[in-house]
Design a protein around this ligand. Structure first.
Ligand SMILES: Nc1ncnc2c1ncn2[C@@H]1O[C@H](COP(=O)(O)OP(=O)(O)OP(=O)(O)O)[C@@H](O)[C@H]1O
Length: 248
C-alpha cells in the first residue's frame, strides 16, 4: 500500500489533559478514511494537528514521506493537504462561481479579493464552472452564497477546499446540519472525487460512515481504539460497546 499521510506517536495535551494520545496512523493513497468516536474523543483536535491549525505537543506527521510536523497550515495547503473552510468564511454576497474562481486565482498565485481581478482569466472561470458541476452547484453558481440552502453552502465549502487541488482532503463533519435527505448526496459527492484525492473525514452518522468509508479509525479518549475495514469495525464488539452503546 502507498501511504500518503502518516502520524507517528502524535500527542497533544491541553494542560494535564491528553486530547491526542500517542496516535500512530497510516492513511492509504486514495482512501476514504473515516474517523469516528464518542463526543470529546479528540477527532477535531487530531484533524487540527494534521492541518497545522494547532501545534503538536510531540510526535511527527508525514505527508508523502516528508516531515510536515512544524510547517504552518498555508504551506501544508501548498503541499496538498487541505481542510475545509468554515461556512462563515464564505463570502456572503459573492456567487459560488466568483468564490471558486477567486480560490483558483489564489492557488495560481494571482491573489486578490476583488472580482474585477478575474477579468482576463476566462480559463479559470471555465475550470470553476466545471468544478461546481462536480459538486452539483452548477444550477446555483450565479446566485448569492448567503441565499443558498445550507446543504449547498456546505458543498461550496468542500468545493473551495477542492479548488486548491489537494492530494489529501480533511473534512470535519461535512454533512453536519444538512437535512437528513441530503446528507447521503454530500457524502456521495465526496466519495466520487478522483481517486488521486485521499479523503479523511469525521462523521457521527454511522449510516453515512458505513456507506462512505473504505477504512475506519475509532478514537476513544484521544487514542486509537480500533482500526480496520468497515466490516471489521462493524463486527468489533469493543467498538459496539464504546461507540454504539450496545452490549459487547
Ligand atoms: N483549546 C482547548 N483547550 C482545552 N481543552 C480542549 C481544547 N480543545 C479541545 N479540548 C478538549 O479536548 C477533548 C477533545 O476535543 P475534540 O473537539 O477534539 O473532540 P471531538 O472528538 O472532535 O468531539 P466532538 O465529536 O464532540 O466534536 C475535549 O475534551 C475537549 O474539551
Amino acid at each position: 500500500m502507498t501511504v500518503v499521510l502518516e502520524t507517528r506517536r502524535l500527542q497533544r495535551n491541553f494542560g494535564a489533559f491528553m486530547a491526542t494520545n500517542d496516535v500512530s496512523l497510516q492513511i492509504e493513497q486514495g482512501a476514504r478514511h473515516a474517523l469516528i468516536g464518542p463526543n470529546g474523543a479528540g477527532k477535531t483536535t487530531f484533524i487540527n494537528l494534521l492541518a497545522g491549525v494547532r501545534p503538536v505537543s510531540s510526535g511527527q506527521i508525514f505527508l508523502e514521506g516528508k516531515d510536515i510536523t512544524t510547517l504552518p497550515s498555508h504551506v501544508r495547503v501548498k503541499k496538498g493537504l487541505t481542510r475545509t473552510f468554515q461556512i462563515n468564511q464564505l463570502f456572503a454576497d459573492y456567487t459560488p462561481l466568483e468564490t471558486v474562481t477567486l480560490a483558483m486565482l489564489e492557488r495560481e498565485g494571482v491573489g486578490g479579493s476583488l472580482w474585477s481581478k478575474v477579468t482576463g482569466h476566462g480559463a479559470l472561470v471555465d475550470e470553476a464552472a466545471a468544478l461546481l458541476s462536480r459538486f452539483r452547484l452548477a444550477a446555483v453558481m450565479d446566485e448569492r452564497t448567503d441565499r443558498l440552502p445550507y446543504g449547498k453552502q456546505r458543498l461550496l465549502e468542500i468545493a473551495l477546499a477542492f479548488a486548491a487541488k489537494p492530494r489529501v482532503l480533511l473534512l470535519d463533519e461535512p454533512a453536519a446540519g444538512v437535512p437528513e435527505d441530503e446528507r447521503h448526496e454530500v457524502l456521495q459527492i465526496v466519495s466520487d472525487l478522483p481517486s488521486g484525492v485521499t479523503v479523511v473525514l469525521i462523521e457521527h452518522d454511522m449510516d453515512l460512515v458505513f456507506s462512505f468509508a473504505s477504512r475506519i479509525s475509532v478514537l476513544v479518549a484521544g487514542a486509537i481504539f480500533a482500526e480496520g475495514t468497515v466490516q471489521e469495525i462493524a463486527a468489533n464488539p469493543g467498538v459496539r460497546a464504546v461507540y454504539l452503546g450496545e452490549a459487547a
